[in-house]
Design a protein. Structure first.
Length: 469
């Protein structure tokens, strides 16, 4: 092993053993040279590696200090397991947070979308220009629900590549994933019905429940393993639940992915109780590593899983094209769509069908995942450097969100307003729950290019949090 790596391991072991505590000054470069017998260049290299890993921080004209790093959130949070909400009211605050992210002067750590510069805009515009010049009067009719046939066939083939048999006739093209999810929920419920959601959950689920006048059973999630299926089973026995709205891959906001075994058990449990699963799976293409996680839809044998996704998080947000593999609910969802938005934009459907006919999409996804992983690592290191001791980060292998727990006395909504005063947005935990269990949490978007402005913004966040402790 290289000498500098030996020193890296030695100092890291000392930090882990709390010989050096967060905020304490390490021996100077000269002192470390004297103690270790290594050269100045070797010691400098070791300190630089430790700094890049987020274990230590340098302070100009002062030296190196142990980073006041946040811990990793890896244990179940001791929250109420099941929370009922007979009325959900969350829309107004969510609207304010999302509007703030549109300001170009704001550093959008609170944004729900990845950096749009990561998308192949030129190729997509060429595809849109190509189909626009070939539009016919009949295209508007031909692309009514269930949507463009070529696009649905392409999606069916992508399911087949994962070993999932989905007929193009089961697929309905929608105006983004949010419409597919909302129509799916509407297809299997009536006003006043009970719906299971995760806690915390994607705020879009809470908005849809509020709009459709449904009731929520929110079941707490483990930050690494997701919902406790025993708690879900007890809820299914206790309340007349009609549907579950769950994210099985890269859950927003926490980030966990359910294991294959847990997905299979989930589908079997809901089938036994004749409860529909609305699977929100918009982040599954943003995995890190070699193997794409399968959806719960893989294990559906009764057409009971409505698998919803879109291109908004991995290809293009502005086209607003999503879909649902709706199983036995496909016809009902088509009728509901005809009565609401009528159809998804014909030019956008045609452009995506044209783009997906090439090999460009999978090449783009590979590059996208690499960049997102690099940026997430940089953001994580920065947060570990600047967040005060007591903050905890939930890490996940994929996506572009980090879920952060602050010490209990720090209110993330108050932090949100203070950060806005510095042109920084975050997504407070109160957006993701109908209660106050996650008032000291926030979601952090890591998809943006990491530069001095991002680093300075995280340092400001750390200072604001420390001042609230």
């Amino acid at each position: 092993m290289a000498k500098y790596l030996q020193l890296v391991e030695q100092i890291q072991a000392q930090i882990d053993a709390e010989i050096w505590l967060p905020g304490e000054k390490l021996p100077s470069l000269r002192d470390q040279v004297s103690q270790s017998g290594m050269s100045l260049m070797t010691v400098m290299h070791a300190y630089q590696v430790l700094e890049s890993q987020g274990s230590i921080v340098s302070r100009p004209q002062s030296g190196y200090y142990v980073a006041p790093r946040a811990e990793f959130l890896s244990q179940p949070v001791n929250h109420q397991k099941v929370q009922l909400a007979e009325a959900v009211d969350i829309n107004s605050f969510i609207f304010d947070v999302l509007q703030a992210c549109r300001d170009p002067l704001i550093i959008p750590f609170g944004s729900a979308f990845p950096d749009p510069e990561l998308f192949p805009q030129r190729q997509l515009m060429r595809a849109l220009n190509h189909v626009s010049h070939r539009l016919t009067p009949g295209d508007a009719i031909n692309n009514l629900p269930p949507g463009n046939e070529a696009l649905r066939k392409t999606l069916a083939r992508r399911y087949a590549q994962q070993g999932i048999a989905v007929s193009p006739d089961e697929i309905v093209i929608t105006n983004g994933a949010m419409e597919s999810l909302s129509l799916s929920l509407q297809a299997v419920t009536e006003p006043g019905d009970w719906v299971v959601v995760e806690n915390p959950t994607f705020y879009g689920a809470l908005q849809a429940i509020e709009r459709l006048k449904l009731k929520a059973v929110a079941i707490a999630t483990d930050p690494q393993h997701g919902m406790d299926l025993n708690e879900l089973e007890q809820a299914l026995k206790r309340w007349p639940i009609k549907a579950c709205w769950l994210m099985t891959n890269q859950q927003n906001p926490v980030g966990f992915t359910l294991s294959r075994e847990k997905k299979k058990a989930l589908v079997a449990l809901l089938a036994a109780h004749q409860v529909a699963l609305i699977e929100d799976d918009v982040y599954s293409e943003l995995y890190f590593g070699a193997d794409k996680p399968l959806p719960a839809k893989t294990f559906d044998r009764q057409g009971n899983v409505l698998h919803c996704s879109s291109f908004s998080k991995n290809l293009v947000a502005g086209f607003r094209v999503g879909w649902v593999a709706a199983g036995k609910q496909a016809q009902r969802i088509q009728r509901l769509q005809l009565m609401s938005t009528l159809a998804t934009s014909a030019p956008m459907q045609l452009a995506l069908a044209n783009y997906l006919s090439t090999r460009s999409y999978d090449s783009h996804l590979r590059k996208l995942r690499q960049v997102l992983e690099q940026r997430k690592n940089l953001a994580r290191q920065s947060l570990k450097r600047h967040l005060p001791y007591g903050a905890k980060i939930n890490d996940s292998r994929g996506g572009y969100f980090l879920w952060i727990e602050l010490p209990g006395q720090v209110n993330a909504t108050q932090l949100y307003y203070r950060a806005l005063g510095h042109n920084i947005s975050i997504a407070p935990g109160s957006m993701f729950s109908s209660g106050q269990q996650y008032a000291n949490y926030f979601r952090f978007n890591t998809s943006w290019p990491w530069d001095s402005a991002q680093e300075a913004a995280v340092a400001i966040l750390g200072g604001l949090i420390a001042a609230m402790m």
